[in-house]
Design a protein around this ligand. Sequence first.
Ligand SMILES: [Zn+2]
Length: 68
Amino acid sequence: MPLYEYHCAGCGSRFEVLQRVGQGSEGLECPACGTTDVEKEFSTFAGSVGGGVSFGGGGGCPPRGGFT
Ligand SMILES: [Zn+2]
């Protein structure tokens, strides 16, 4: 499960919550002041994507020349 970061509109504190993908902020409470007026921040997850990170090394070159 991804970790989401929330920002409290009441006291301004930030906290992280483990949620399922697509789950909203309904029912969440700020651990500091208890208000339900919280806003989702961009997760570090999404923030790290798009910076030129490629999985698998990129290039699309399959290993070859193993056995002939
Ligand atoms: Zn708060």
